[in-house]
Structure formats: structure tokens, C-alpha cells
Ligand binder design. Structure first.
Ligand code: MOS
Length: 689
């Protein structure tokens, strides 16, 4: 692959000079500041709230509680129904909101609110034999909870080579640099909210439902967003609370969630117990595959991490069982986290594949090649393009896999054991209906308007690249307007489906504009011309092809035999993700995902304290994410794929696949280095000593 660097971010200068404004940087006149009060018991009822001392604080404006807060209409997402009743479904659930003249005063007020509780017994511990476990019909994002093909039990029983392994992981949390924040104001019955979110249309719709308003009377702006990873994919309590407080106080209100409260409020990747059984022939060809997932949700809303989903898509498996079981505990509500399903599911499946490679005596890369499937095993649909084998081969070549001695503990440098591991990556392609508008001036300047969201990925820039290409003009002739619900409605920045969904609408609008201009003999009138497009009718609901991005990751680790510390010395990924539209920002997405995968492998984990009833990690000093010092020799490459089926750009999503497979590649490398199979994430030193 030889590629030009690709255009720089259009808003890069604004960001580095501090002129790009994020949700908490809007300063409407007369603004007040809010600070939430989290529940201090893991379950029960609020018996009384005494706001007297809080309201006596200097600068106090108001205290909202379930007794005086605006009433909200019912919604599917119970986590948004804040301050509506006295119930405490989990520790950290908001029971009051202090509003003051300054953030400091609001924080002091929140500390002074006296809440009395009637605590109840709580249950926050996921156990594989929990009596309330059940098998949900549907798991996220709306796929069947259980699938059976063929006869797994007989095929597994008669397989000459078998692996039966259980992989576990604690809860994980997204910790975007910018915490969840909203600045909200009401103006003549209209609500305007600057919100840190992955899609303003979803927030606008949620607010319309909760406040019983026409959505035309609500504007949600998300012009710049400092990271999302899924925890801003759905509307979050801060936008509802800020809007309630602004209505209650008749002032603009800003609410920035304190990082210490995020773990209980904005979702987590639920802890998982994953049992994987693989039965294969002597040659390593899989004849039976079972992936059985046990996880948790909350009592507030059901969210089931679809960790068995990738086992329906990856390898030939004539006899297959993929199931999920879940229990509703008194825990915060789990939610989206980068590559939901695939990231944890592929940790389990790809470690099991490594175990199978050793059991069958087949090279781990070769084993994956042998079990490649041209069609999606579960649906039987052919892939529009796949190239997993090419990624594996190209990655092996670049990494120098062929020189590897497969024997565990075969390589040492002083007190360091050195090992290498490989794993596959995958992530499905999603397209969602979107609309866009393109305007051309008489002078041949173009303006694209679409409610795309840039959560740090370079969305503005790639939308411009797509428009310039569709229009056949230079990039600097195209201006981009994104990040507001007042613009043509579009899908959010989630499911790695942003670029494909927005680009499709933008491309269609550009083509329509070209036709308009051509219809006028190539002339543009003084007022310019405007074309709009909507892809609702263009995206097939049941496409004839399966569509997904694939990849292969290779890790080299060192394990310190004195301290047990694992370091990732090299990490190399090769991806097949359709046409890469901007090499510069695509590379950032891939290595960003891979870096997050290193965190998942070695550092990240939220610990549920069974007695306290909440996660112990409250800041980035205790919830560890990789820093620059943790990342060495990271490389992302890609195979140029031409796929006419996908969308007019021929692109696939790239935002999430980078995190998929990384943890398995690292864990497999740790096994190769040490001979120790760590099946519990993160791989911390004590597990190796
Ligand atoms: Mo991502 S977890 O699909 O926002």
C-alpha cells in the first residue's frame, strides 16, 4: 500500500488555537451552573431531602429533586427519567441537582444537600450461576439472543481436537477526554441545547419525547465533541437535567458531569463470562463451535452486550451454538462501548483459536486461513468483500511471523520473556438513512449541510473529501456545515456507520446538484442552486450480501520475569475496510482503536465493590488507559478493497475495528512468551507471577 497522507482536519487550527467551542464553552448571558447529587446507597428509596443548608450557600439558585423537578414523559430509556420518583435503582443514580451562580458554588451546594434513604438489599455481583439469569430474545443491536445451526453437541463430542475455555473480564468504561456536558437554554418556548453527544438528532428526538414537544422546537448542537466511543451514542442524563434546570430556574444552565460520577451514569461495557468450545479435525478445520455469553444489565433498562455475535460471522462452523444469558442487577446501566459485542467477543474467540492452534499443532495464522469462510456462516449470505486471508498473510509478512518458533517460552532476553501472538479483527458494516443538502454559488463555491458529528475522527474532513470527489472539484471549494439538529437529519457517529451513512446522502445530493446544473446548460443563477437528498429508500433492509470490515493484528510482548509486567513492544494491524477515504485520519482511527485494545488487554477494568455497590475506579489515576509510554512500534496498514456493493464511495467503517482482536493478539503473545494462558482481562502482573 502506497498512500498519500490525506487532507488535514478542516477544524484542526480552530482546535489547537482554542477557538473551537465545545458544549461547555458556550456562554449565554445569565447562565447558572449545575452539579448533580448522586445516590449514596446501592438500592432503596429517598425518604427525605433537606435542601436548606444547600440553599443557604453563597450563590445558591435552586435545588431540583423528584419533588419539584419538571415532569417527564415515559421513554424506553429509563436512564433518562431522572428526578421523577423516589426510587434509587443503583448507587450513583442522581437524586438531586444543585444550581448556583458558579460551578464551585454548585459543587458546594451539592455537598450540602441532605438526603435520607430507606436502603434495601442489593445484588450487584454477576455470577455464572445467578438464579435470575435469563436468555433474552434479542441482544444489541437488535439481533437474536440465541442461534443454533446443525448439531453442536454431537459434532463436538466426536471431534478429535477440542478446546473448552472460559474467558472473563470486568466491566470497562469509556473515558472520553471531554466529559458529558450540556449548556441549555429556553427561549420563547424553544429549547436550545449544546450537548456533547455522538448525534444531535437522537438527542433532539429524546428531548422532544421527554418534554412532550414538537422536535421542531428543539435545537441540539454538537459542533465539536471530545471523544465518544459509544458512551455519548445515546442521549445521556446531563442533557435532560440541564434542560430541566434551565426551565425550573428560567436561566441558561450548564452542566458538566464530574468525572468521578461518570462510571455510574454514562454506561459501561458489562462484565462478561464467555465459554467457548471449539471442536476440530486433526487438520484444525472447525466442525463445532459454541460461544456462550453470560453478562449483566441493570433494572433501569435492558442492554445485552452481543459478545457471541462475531462467532456467527468469522469462521466455517457447520455446527454452531451462540447464546447470551443476562441478569438484571442493581448496577448502573451498561451501554455502548467501542465495538460492542465484537471487542469482547473476539477476545474470547480469538484466544480460543490460539488454543485450538496449539491443540491441533497448526500455526495460528494458518489455522485462521484454513477456517476462512466466503459466506457469513450464520446467514449463509456471501460477503460483499472479505479479504481476511489477505490481511493475515500481509500482516504475517510485514511482522516477520515466519521466523517465529511456536514453542511457548522459547525466547528470552535477560530477564524478559518475549512472545508473539496474532488475532483476527472484524466489524459489521451499518448504513442508516440520512439526508444532506448541497448548495453551489454562482462563483462555483459549494456548501454541504448535514447533521454529521465529528467526535474527533475527522468527520468534517471526510465529508468534504466525499463531496469534492462527487462534485469533481478541489477540496478547498467545499465548505462543510455539521453538528446541529437544524441541519438535514443524519445518522449519528456510531456503529462505525457515520461516514458510510453521511457520505451516501452527500454523494446523492452532489449528483443531484450536478444534474441540476447540467439541466441548465452548465450555468448557475445569481442566487445559486441547492440540491437535497435522502437515502431512506436507498438502503436495503435485507441486503443480499453480508458486509463487514476484517483485519489481522500481530503483537510482540515482553514479560518481565521479576515483576510480571507485560509490555507491548510491537503492534501491527492490517485491515480490509473498503476504500480508505482519508489515509491520514483513517490511520488515526486504526491506531486509536488498537491503543484502546492494549488498554483492554493490560490496563483497563472497573471493579464492582459488592458491599458498596458501585465501581471503585473514579478517575484516570485508578482507571488506567494507555499513555504514550505504553505504546511502541504501532503500525496500521490496509488492503485496498474495491467493493461496488457497499455504498457510492465503496467505504466500510473504520472507527471500531481497530480495537477488535487486539486484546487476543496480546494475550496470545503473553502465552507464547510465558506458557501461561491468562483468560481473565486485564492481564495484570499478579496473574503471571
Ligand atoms: Mo460506537 S460503541 O458504535 O458509538
Amino acid at each position: 500500500m502506497v498512500s498519500t497522507p490525506g487532507p488535514v482536519r478542516l477544524e484542526g487550527r480552530e482546535k489547537v488555537t482554542g477557538t473551537a467551542r465545545y458544549a461547555a464553552e458556550h456562554m449565554p448571558p445569565g447562565m447558572a451552573y449545575a452539579w448533580p447529587v448522586p445516590a449514596a446507597v446501592p438500592r432503596g428509596r429517598v425518604v427525605a431531602i433537606d435542601a436548606g443548608a444547600a440553599l443557604a450557600e453563597p450563590g445558591a439558585v435552586a435545588v431540583l429533586t423528584h419533588e419539584n423537578a419538571p415532569r417527564l414523559k415515559e421513554t424506553d430509556d429509563g436512564a433518562l427519567l431522572v428526578l421523577q420518583n423516589d426510587r434509587v435503582p443503583h448507587r450513583g443514580w442522581y437524586v438531586a441537582l444543585a444550581v448556583a451562580e458558579t460551578p464551585e458554588a454548585a459543587r458546594a451546594m451539592a455537598a450540602a444537600v441532605r438526603v435520607s434513604y430507606a436502603p434495601e438489599e442489593h445484588d450487584v455481583v454477576l455470577t455464572p450461576g445467578h438464579p435470575r439469569l435469563f436468555a433474552p430474545d434479542v441482544v444489541n443491536p437488535g439481533i437474536p439472543g440465541s442461534r443454533e445451526r446443525g448439531d453442536f453437541d454431537s459434532a463436538y463430542a466426536s471431534a478429535p481436537v477440542r478446546v473448552d475455555a472460559t474467558y472473563t473480564m470486568r466491566a470497562l468504561h469509556n473515558h472520553p477526554m471531554e466529559p458529558h456536558a450540556t449548556t441549555a437554554r429556553w427561549e420563547d418556548g424553544r429549547l436550545v441545547a449544546y450537548d456533547s453527544c455522538q448525534g444531535a438528532n437522537a438527542v433532539q428526538e429524546a428531548l422532544a419525547g421527554l418534554f412532550g414537544m414538537d422536535k421542531e422546537r428543539i435545537t441540539v448542537v454538537a459542533e465539536h465533541v471530545g471523544g465518544g466511543f459509544g458512551c455519548k451514542g445515546t442521549p445521556r442524563p446531563q442533557v435532560v437535567l440541564a434542560a430541566m434546570a434551565a426551565r425550573h430556574t428560567s436561566r441558561p444552565v450548564r452542566l458538566v458531569l464530574p468525572r468521578a460520577q461518570l462510571a455510574a451514569i454514562v454506561g459501561h461495557r458489562a462484565p462478561l463470562v464467555q465459554r467457548v468450545r471449539l471442536g476440530a479435525g486433526e487438520d484444525g478445520e472447525i466442525t463445532a463451535l459454541a460461544h456462550e455469553v453470560t453478562t449483566q444489565t441493570s433494572t433501569v433498562r435492558e442492554f445485552v452486550e452481543q459478545a457471541a455475535a462475531p462467532s456467527r460471522a468469522m469462521y466455517v462452523s457447520p455446527n454452531s451454538r451462540t447464546t447470551h444469558r443476562v441478569v438484571a442487577l442493581d448496577v448502573p446501566s451498561p451501554s455502548w462501548m467501542r465495538a460492542p459485542g465484537e471487542a469482547p467477543g473476539m477476545f474470547a474467540l480469538e484466544c480460543a483459536m490460539d488454543e485450538l492452534a496449539y491443540a491441533a499443532g497448526v500455526d495460528p495464522v494458518e489455522l485462521r486461513v484454513r477456517n476462512d469462510s466466503a459466506a457469513e456462516p450464520d446467514s449463509g449470505k456471501p460477503y460483499s468483500s472479505r479479504h481476511l486471508v489477505e490481511c493475515l498473510r500481509e500482516g504475517a509478512r510485514r511482522f516477520g511471523w515466519d521466523t517465529r518458533d511456536p514453542r511457548p517460552r522459547s525466547r528470552a532476553e535477560g530477564r524478559l520473556l518475549v512472545g508473539t501472538g496474532a488475532a483476527s479483527s472484524c466489524y459489521p458494516v451499518f448504513h442508516m438513512p440520512s439526508s444532506a443538502e448541497v448548495h453551489v454559488t454562482e462563483a462555483g463555491r459549494y456548501r454541504v449541510r448535514i447533521n454529521a458529528t465529528d467526535i474527533g475522527t475527522g468527520a468534517r474532513t471526510v465529508v468534504a473529501v466525499i463531496a469534492a470527489e462527487a462534485l469533481g472539484v478541489a477540496l478547498d471549494r467545499v465548505a462543510i456545515e455539521i453538528g446541529s439538529s437544524d441541519l438535514p437529519a443524519a445518522w449519528l457517529a456510531g456503529g462505525s456507520g457515520g461516514t458510510g451513512s453521511w457520505g451516501w446522502a452527500v454523494h446523492k445530493a452532489c449528483r443531484a446538484l450536478i444534474e441540476m446544473v447540467e439541466g441548465r446548460g452548465g450555468t448557475v443563477p445569481p442566487g445559486g442552486l441547492t440540491a437535497t437528498a435522502d437515502t431512506t429508500g436507498d438502503i436495503p433492509s435485507d441486503p443480499p450480501h453480508a458486509m463487514a470490515s476484517f483485519g489481522a493484528q500481530f503483537a510482540e510482548v515482553t514479560v518481565d520475569t521479576d515483576t510480571g509486567e507485560v509490555r507491548v513492544r510491537r503492534l501491527l494491524g492490517v485491515f480490509a475496510a473498503g476504500r480508505i477515504l482519508n489515509a491520514r485520519t483513517a490511520r488515526s482511527q486504526f491506531i486509536g482503536g488498537m491503543t484502546m485494545g492494549v488498554g483492554m488487554a493490560l490496563l483497563e477494568g472497573s471493579t464492582m465493590d459488592p458491599r458498596f455497590g458501585d465501581f471503585a475506579e473514579r478517575d484516570l489515576a485508578s482507571y488506567h488507559v494507555p499513555t504514550h509510554a505504553d505504546i511502541h512500534g504501532i503500525e496500521a496498514h490496509w488492503i485496498d478493497e474495491t467493493d461496488p456493493v457497499l455504498n457510492p464511495m465503496g467505504s466500510k467503517g473504520i472507527g471500531e475495528i481497530g480495537i477488535v482482536g487486539t486484546a487476543a493478539a496480546v494475550a496470545n503473545a503473553v502465552h507464547h512468551a510465558t506458557g501461561v494462558r491468562v483468560r481473565d482481562l486485564p492481564i495484570t502482573p499478579e496473574k503471571l507471577l
